[in-house]
Design a protein around this ligand. Structure first.
Ligand code: GUN
Length: 283
């Protein structure tokens, strides 16, 4: 079997088109969706991510301002900035790029963001709402994964989904979303004794481990759906996922490439969350 490619780039373009149309409509009501992106430090990957977020916002007709700070910024200074953004009526979404430097407590920062502007879906109130299935901002990467599955007609109901990775950003929430869609969910992680025994039972695998090409063909049941959330560099410095794409595509039924799979969906869902937040101002 050779897997069908899940084209995240194409799906994300469709989502962005729809967002753009709704942004235009909002603007006729005098509202321009605004996203503030905050980056502390000079990590080059984070700099690329935040610049992309700003560029995409602007390409869809939304406002975006980028707040760049040196790695020496204090927690208090960052809290003051968040307070200012919380109180700015033109800002509908606030995103503080993670990770933060060691002197800043990530939890303190995330909880300082107004949950009404928490377009990342990281605030404990958003996380709690997600757990109990209440309407809330969904975290962008897990939401993007679910939209991709739906777009390709992959219904998680009754399937065994194995999530590899237990981060707050991806692993834990994507498992919850799959559970809400009636999948049977198994979480695996670095302390799982026999990972292959688990992944070989999976109808749907979500790889979110952060290790280049870690998941090989022998981890996969014939016909499994493989979603690769990884973003790594291989031995030649080339971008690659957590899945050995060339080997696994011969056994899977569907597979996401890296790049061009989950990555573009993350930004598209962030744009949608910012729009949704701005639309709330209308009602
Ligand atoms: N760092 C890696 N992914 C993300 C994300 O989705 N949001 C934020 N704020 N930081 C990140």
């Amino acid at each position: 079997m050779t897997a069908e490619l899940i084209d995240g780039k194409a799906v994300s373009l469709k989502i962005k088109e729809r967002v753009q149309q709704r942004v235009e409509k909002l603007k006729t009501n005098g509202i321009t969706p605004g996203l503030s992106v905050v980056l502390v430090g000079d990590d080059s990957a984070s700099q690329t991510y935040v610049k992309n977020k700003k560029k995409t916002c602007e390409s869809l007709g939304m406002r975006s301002d980028l707040h760049l700070y040196p790695a020496s910024l204090t927690e208090q200074e960052l809290l003051e900035k968040i307070d200012e953004l919380n109180n700015d009526p033109d800002i509908h979404g606030i995103l503080v790029q993670l990770p933060l430097p060691a002197q800043i407590d990530e939890f303190k920062i995330i909880t300082a963001i107004d949950p009404e502007k928490d377009v990342d879906g990281f605030h404990p109130i958003s996380v709690g709402n997600l757990m109990i299935g209440k309407d809330t901002f969904l975290p962008c990467t897990p939401h993007g994964v679910m939209v991709l599955l739906e777009h390709y007609g992959i219904d998680p109901a009754g399937k065994h989904a194995v999530v590899i990775g237990r981060s707050n950003i991806v692993g834990k929430p994507v498992g919850q979303l799959l559970l809400q869609k009636d999948a049977t969910v198994t979480y695996c992680h670095s302390k799982t004794p026999d990972l292959k025994a688990m992944t070989q039972q999976a109808d749907i695998i979500i790889a979110a481990i952060g290790r280049a090409k870690f998941i090989g063909a022998d981890h996969i049941k014939e016909g499994a759906v493989v979603i690769d959330v990884g973003m790594n560099r291989d031995e030649n410095g080339k971008l690659c996922g957590d899945v050995d794409f060339e080997a696994v595509r011969e056994r899977a039924s569907f597979i996401t490439p890296v790049p061009g799979g989950v990555g573009p969906m993350t930004i598209a869902m962030l744009m949608e969350n910012t729009l949704l937040s701005a639309e709330k101002g209308l009602s």
